[in-house]
Design a protein around this ligand. Structure first.
Ligand SMILES: Cc1cc2nc3c(=O)[nH]c(=O)nc-3n(C[C@H](O)[C@H](O)[C@H](O)COP(=O)(O)OP(=O)(O)OC[C@H]3O[C@@H](n4cnc5c(N)ncnc54)[C@H](O)[C@@H]3O)c2cc1C
Length: 511
């Protein structure tokens, strides 16, 4: 077997699997993933996937909701593609066998925050991501894609400004090997492991962003990290997402005393955008001196709860909580990396032959705030465009810049008296100083500490040490962008600059 492929794809979530299946129709494909095939964020997606396919809905309405939520930074050209191509891509998933839930013979649609209408398709109630991952994973086995599990991408190989391959570490053998390709697709997911509290799986360590940055690709919008307002908060229990669809179906946020509070903070109440709900919950937590608020769904029929939210019901029950009768303790947690490797509408990066798909990509769709359930949709719409583009190119091309932007670079910082770099310390630091509410002082201190840690890190040799180095670099990109953006917009909130400023209707790009 040759170690040269037309396509190498890194990652086996929806972005990796979907692009691999399409790429296989164009040439040879190697898919590498650092754990087992199904280790990814995708399989935890609960709420579903947005598409304007319901009666009374339209691509125009979906466009408007996405643009409004993106607070001035969503790129209207790519959002238009997202909403216009949604129905066809959903049809592709249906044809591949994703078993979307139905009601009265039609695809069932639910409502999530900041959508004007119910437009979220779901599968198996709240197990949408697991159904997508299983369906695509099953196809992969029969499609002739060469799969390497427990294989960690460690370096992007570039010659004369064009991608030529990948270095990867066999996690079991400990050996590094080079693989050659014409096109490299980064589908490595997000970076939730930057934060102490996160809904993300352990694989979300910002690898793709760090590798692309080290290879010289432009990285954008890193200050925008979405926090989900409602993750389960039980002592000693890993944060587990309580989907927004729970509020979409009538769940209410309440204090320990049972009083509703969201109407105080937003006219949209419990279904306000996620950044507003997250900050409102933090304010209630401070006001009540507790480390959580509650979600109340006890007014819903028990049989409805167990069939519509089987996974949430089961997980809570395993921890001794019966959500049909008891309030659910919740608090915000880091959820979705909006920024990433800057791509154009074809998924092309600033390095010829290098593409990025899914959460690793900074596509401009989400602007400064992601509309719920637009991320799975983004993957399939732009995943398809990546393969169309690469198949039509005689020679790989780098993307041209097209959005208003400030270009900056990581520079030397004040040496800080920082302790030993470690995952726990990093997650705590980022949560407290670069989380839901930020300020210049905390961000400066954090940037200096991360810089000092970068100097102290020994050369990486195994998966944990590569992941830590990737997190430190990704964290620096996030913190320095957050420091540079002296305003508040979408998910980026600075207590020292609480208002939005017209100048900042532009992107920050690391080059
Ligand atoms: C709990 C939860 C619920 C969510 N619910 C929804 C929802 O309802 N609707 C919605 O639209 N979005 C939702 N999201 C977001 C959405 O699930 C993710 O954005 C999407 O699944 C990301 O897909 P991906 O393929 O880009 O990344 P992932 O699914 O995270 O896959 C990344 C893959 O890359 C691999 N990898 C990473 N680094 C390397 C490396 N160096 N070498 C080799 N392999 C590597 C990983 O092992 C993994 O296989 C949710 C996210 C979470 C965490």
């Amino acid at each position: 077997m040759t170690d040269r492929y037309d396509y190498i794809i890194v990652g086996s979530g929806i972005a990796g699997l979907y692009t691999a299946l399409l790429a296989r129709e164009q040439g040879s494909v190697l898919l590498v993933t650092k754990g087992s095939l199904d280790e990814c964020n995708t399989k935890y997606a609960q709420g579903g996937i947005a598409a304007a396919i319901g009666r009374g809905d339209s691509a125009d309405l979906h466009f408007k909701d996405t643009i409004v939520t993106g607070t001035g930074l969503s790129d209207p050209v790519v959002v238009r593609m997202l909403v216009d191509e949604a129905a066809d891509r959903i049809a592709d998933l249906v044809n591949l066998g994703v078993p979307f839930d139905t009601a009265d013979g039609e695809i069932a649609l639910t409502l999530e925050a900041a959508h004007s209408l119910p437009r979220i398709l779901h599968a198996g109630g709240d197990t949408t991501g697991a159904h997508i991952e299983d369906t695509l994973g099953n196809w992969l086995h029969s499609a002739g894609v060469k799969l390497l599990e427990n294989c960690l991408a460690t370096e992007i190989l570039v010659t004369n400004g064009t991608v030529c391959g990948l270095k990867a570490l066999g996690c079991h053998s400990g050996r590094i090997k080079d693989y050659e390709c014409r096109f490299l697709i980064l589908a490595t997911g997000g970076a939730g492991q930057l934060f102490k509290y996160t809904t993300n799986s352990s694989v979300s360590t910002g690898d793709g962003i760090a590798l692309a940055c080290s290879a010289g690709a432009a990285i954008t919008d890193m200050e925008f990290f979405q926090f989900h307002p409602t993750a389960l908060r039980l002592p000693g229990v890993t944060r587990f997402l309580i989907s927004e669809a729970v509020r979409g179906e009538g769940g209410r946020l309440v204090t320990a005393g049972g009083s509703r509070f969201m109407d105080k903070y937003s006219p949209q109440g419990d279904l306000a955008p996620r950044d507003i709900v997250s900050r409102s919950i933090l304010a209630e937590m401070v006001a009540t001196g507790r480390d959580n608020v509650f979600l109340d769904i006890t007014h819903m029929k028990a049989s409805y709860i167990t069939s519509r939210f089987p996974q949430i019901y089961r997980v809570c029950k395993e921890h001794g909580l019966d959500i049909t009768r008891e309030l659910i303790p919740v608090a915000p947690a880091a959820h979705y990396m909006i920024g990433g490797v800057r791509v154009n509408s074809w998924g092309e990066t600033s390095i010829a032959g290098l593409f990025a798909a899914g959460e690793t990509a900074g596509s401009g769709v989400h602007g400064a705030n992601r509309l719920a359930s637009n991320s799975l949709l983004e993957v399939i719409v732009f995943g398809k465009r990546i393969i169309e583009r690469s198949a039509s190119l005689e020679k790989p091309r780098a993307a041209e810049e097209g959005r208003p932007e400030d270009r900056i670079s990581l520079s030397r910082r004040q040496p800080a008296a920082a302790g030993k770099p470690g995952l726990v310390a990093l997650k705590r630091l980022l949560w407290h100083k670069a989380g839901i509410i930020r300020d210049g002082e905390g961000l400066t201190e954090t940037a200096d500490t991360l810089f000092a840690w970068q100097q102290k890190l020994p050369p990486a040799t195994d998966r944990p040490s590569y992941e830590l180095a990737n997190l430190v670099l990704t964290g620096r990109l996030l913190v320095e962008a957050a420091l540079y953006r002296e305003e508040s917009r979408g998910v980026h909130f600075r207590s020292d600059f609480p208002a939005s400023r017209p100048y900042w209707q532009r992107h920050i790009v690391f080059t």
